[in-house]
Design a binder for this molecule. Structure first.
Ligand SMILES: Nc1ncnc2c1ncn2[C@@H]1O[C@H](COP(=O)(O)OP(=O)(O)O)[C@@H](O)[C@H]1O
Ligand SMILES: [Mg+2]
Length: 245
């Protein structure tokens, strides 16, 4: 039985989508069967970070409503084993039937090793949809105080929902900035009150890869790409040490 992993954050723009794409491709590269699902209804862009902007893709609603099957999810041409369902454009998250969504995720867990859910920012309907059925939750934050405070609040919200084992990913870590802020990644962890799963460096290749319609891991093997590969190994259960470089 596979595992559903929701990538969440309180604040927008912390890098959920980029991290979700990086982890999905890294897991597929490790030979895992992965379904990647864009839950950012209305503001979807996971297709861009996966380099699938031009590929025709079904939405998860097409599947959860029963019109199509999971086997018809878009197969990634560069990462065998990686499949993708986009978010519906014309259906607000609040109008999506959570039970049907949960049922689809249940089936997906039986057919894939990992199902990654790229959630919208905030703690509204889309957040609840992604969080409700996830086995594991990764909160993506930046090292800045506003993002850390939002991550802390989101962690509290998840606790109220009975979600345990929430782990933190600190994205866009710039060692010079951290030093200038007189901060360590441990401080970020202490302030958010959440255990750390990994850190991802500030790396302009994340934006460049998306601009050139390429998945980050196809664009470079270093920096943020290498960090995603290390986090993927930790998700798979390997004791890879946490390091910025
Ligand atoms: N580690 C990183 N280094 C540099 N830029 C990043 C990094 N992670 C994300 N970005 C950039 O930050 C912006 C927001 O990222 P995105 O993944 O869309 O965030 P979210 O899904 O949380 O809104 C994008 O322009 C992306 O290229
Ligand atoms: Mg996003």
């Amino acid at each position: 039985m596979g595992e559903a992993i929701a990538i969440l954050s309180g604040k927008g723009g912390t890098g959920k989508t980029s991290v979700c794409a990086g982890l999905s491709t890294a897991l597929a590269q490790d030979g895992k069967k992965v379904l990647c699902l864009d839950c950012d209804v209305g503001l979807r862009n996971l297709d861009i970070s996966l380099g699938l902007e031009q590929a025709p893709a079904l939405s998860f609603l097409d599947v959860s409503q029963g019109g199509y099957t999971l086997e018809q999810a878009a197969a990634h041409p560069d990462f065998p084993g990686l499949f993708f369902l986009t978010a519906p454009m014309n259906c607000p998250a609040g109008a999506i039937d959570p039970a049907a969504f949960g049922e689809m995720l249940h089936t997906a867990r039986e057919r894939f090793d990992y199902v990654l859910l790229d959630a919208p920012a905030g703690i509204d309907a889309g957040f609840h949809l992604a969080a409700a059925y996830a086995d594991r939750i990764l909160l993506v934050t930046g090292p800045d105080p506003a993002a850390v405070r939002d991550a802390c609040r989101t962690g509290e919200q998840l606790e109220l929902m009975g979600k345990i084992g929430v782990r933190l990913i600190v994205n866009r870590v710039d060692s010079d900035l951290i030093y200038a802020m007189n901060l360590t990644v441990d401080d970020v962890m202490d302030r958010s009150g959440l255990p750390l799963l990994g850190i991802v460096p500030e790396d302009y290749n994340v934006t460049l890869a998306a601009a050139f319609s390429k998945p980050l891991l196809s664009y470079t093997k270093r920096g943020a790409a290498a960090a995603c590969c290390r986090i993927a190994k930790r998700i798979e259960g390997y004791p890879v040490p946490i390091a910025l470089r």
